[in-house]
Structures are given as structure tokens and as C-alpha cells.
Design a binder for this molecule. Structure first.
Ligand SMILES: [Ca+2]
Length: 317
């Protein structure tokens, strides 16, 4: 038995080593400072006088316009003055993972900021949800928002910070969940498409698992965390009807707001201890069987559910 255990340990270590390389590549582009870089990248170069003004009337009336003059260069793609449609358009322009301005599928809609993940699973993904392990309990607190915040934007758009942008559910058509374990190993937990979402129930319209099982995530994660319901401490929209937590998965699991089935394979802010220790509030947790099937590391002595470093959801539109 001892030899078998050692062999498994080596396999796990080798697997983690490979995955860590992937994650470091992904997180390298992400810091809050990138937001400022992206926003300021459209610096106005007024030295180029060869570009004729498309608005000669502005010169005649003395109105130089908001760009500082008729000869101003166009703002860089992904800035407030020149928002992209989505992260995919920015990826096509070879722009790396960072925060950018986008306008979504309606080019006339007001621009907003998203963190674009440009390396993982083809890139072109906007960060929708990011739960990061914190031993001080603040991650659990972050996810205890109420039903009225389900479409809100909360936190800092960064791979290293807790973040939620529920408004992206109103435009998203593809989704991807990602886990990062305590050793930095990364795996895609589920991938799916949907034609829309019912913003009252927070249930997806025509959801479908993309897969394939394994590299494209696990069907059972999709079934529990995408294709079922959504609950918060003040709203029971999940499929669980048992007595615990008054039948509300969120109430039962530390008041964490998220998509639930009956109830979860992962939780953004709660452990699943039945009562007392090992209940803890470090934040994101995943069921051990799911972690094992994805080749990720379990928490030592963590019970049937392990802490992870990060759970993130991304979307495209
Ligand atoms: Ca329920």
C-alpha cells in the first residue's frame, strides 16, 4: 500500500507541475494596474497633421471637440473612447489579458469594463465571477449578496481579487468555469452554451453542455452549477427541497449567492461541513471526487470537500 501511495503522489506532482505552467501564463497579464494602462493607451497624438478633419464645421465654429483637436488620432481599441465589441475582438488584435472597455453585442450600448482572459481555452473570455481563497473570511462575506444584486457588478476585475459581474449574464452566450487548486493546478470544470437567461429566476435559456467530458469539464458540474437554479440568502431558486437551510441551498451554505442544483459540486464561499468543524470560511471549495476527476489536488485532511485557490466563471457573447 505504501508503494502505491508514493506512486500516486508522484503522478499528482507531475500533473500539478504541468498545470502550473498554464496558470502562470494566464495570471501574468492580470493586475488592477492593467486597467489604467488599457484606458490610457489611446493617448492622443496631435502631432500628426496629415489627417484631415472629417468635421470641418468644428474648425469654423472654434469647437475643437472632446478629443482636443480635429487632428487627434483614433483612440486605441479597448479604451473608453474606442470600446471593443468583446474580448474576442481584442484577441484578434493580439491584445493580452487585461481590463478593457467593451460595449457588448449592441454597439450603441454604453461601454463598460471587463477583464479579458486571452490565453485559456482559446482566449476571448470575459471574467464574470472570481472567488479567491482568503483565510480571513472576507471571500465568504463577498458572496453573501442578496437577490437584488444578482445583476450587479461587485469587486475588482482581476484574477487575484473577488469579483462578480452579473450584468454579463444578460449578454453571455458561452460560459466556462475554471478551478485552480491549492498547488496552482488549473482545470476547466465545465463549459456550456445558452441562448440567454431569465433574469428573475437566473435560469439559463436552452443551456447545453459543450464538453467534451474531461478537457471540456464535467457534465455533473454543468448540471449542478449551470443547468439548474440560483439562490441567495433571500431567494430560493434552487432544486433542493429538503429541510436543511429552509430548503434554500444559499441559506444552508453560509448565505453564498450562486447557481445551485441540489445543492453543489463547488461553492464560491462555503465548505460543506454538516455542523461545526471542519466548517471553514476560506472561500472557494470543490467536492473531492470532482477535483480528482479533473486531475486537481485535494486539501490535506479537508474532509470530502477541499479548499481551492480560485473558482472563476468566464463568458463570451
Ligand atoms: Ca430550494
Amino acid at each position: 500500500m505504501r508503494l502505491v501511495g508514493v506512486s500516486l503522489w508522484i503522478v499528482v506532482l507531475a500533473s500539478c507541475s504541468l498545470k502550473r505552467d498554464v496558470f502562470e501564463g494566464i495570471s501574468a497579464g492580470g493586475s488592477p494596474g492593467d486597467a489604467a494602462v488599457a484606458e490610457d493607451a489611446g493617448g492622443r497624438d496631435t502631432s500628426d497633421t496629415s489627417d484631415a478633419s472629417p468635421m470641418p464645421d468644428a474648425v469654423a465654429t472654434g469647437d475643437a471637440g472632446p478629443d482636443g483637436g480635429p487632428d487627434a488620432m483614433p483612440a486605441a481599441l479597448g479604451t473608453r473612447d474606442n470600446p471593443a465589441r468583446d474580448c474576442g475582438q481584442l484577441l484578434a488584435s493580439a491584445l493580452p489579458s487585461a481590463v478593457y472597455w467593451v460595449h457588448g453585442p449592441d454597439s450603441a450600448a454604453p461601454a463598460f469594463q471587463v477583464y479579458c482572459e486571452q490565453q485559456l481555452n482559446g482566449g476571448g473570455w470575459a471574467l464574470l465571477e472570481n472567488s479567491v481563497r482568503r483565510t480571513d473570511g472576507t471571500t465568504t462575506t463577498f458572496w453573501q449578496f442578496g437577490y437584488d444584486q444578482r445583476l450587479a457588478r461587485i469587486g475588482v476585475a482581476s484574477p487575484d481579487e473577488n469579483y462578480y459581474d452579473g450584468s454579463l449574464y444578460t449578454i453571455g452566450t458561452s460560459y466556462m468555469d475554471v478551478f485552480v487548486d491549492l498547488r496552482g493546478g488549473l482545470a476547466v470544470a465545465a463549459t456550456m452554451t445558452a441562448s440567454g437567461i431569465d433574469t428573475d429566476a437566473m435560469r439559463f435559456t436552452d443551456p447545453a453542455f459543450v464538453g467534451p467530458e474531461g478537457t471540456g469539464g464535467l457534465l455533473r458540474v454543468y448540471q449542478q452549477q449551470f443547468a439548474a437554479g440560483w439562490s441567495s440568502k433571500d431567494h430560493d431558486g434552487d432544486l433542493y427541497t429538503g429541510p436543511l437551510g429552509g430548503g434554500n441551498c444559499a441559506t444552508y451554505y453560509s448565505n453564498v449567492a450562486q447557481h445551485y442544483g441540489t445543492c453543489w459540486y463547488y461553492n464560491l464561499g462555503s465548505d460543506a461541513g454538516e455542523s461545526g468543524p471542519p466548517w471553514d470560511f476560506a472561500g472557494p471549495h470543490v467536492e473531492n471526487g470532482v477535483l480528482g476527476d479533473l486531475g486537481l489536488a485535494l486539501e490535506a485532511d479537508g474532509g470530502p470537500y477541499s479548499q481551492v485557490q480560485r473558482i472563476a466563471r468566464f463568458t463570451r457573447w
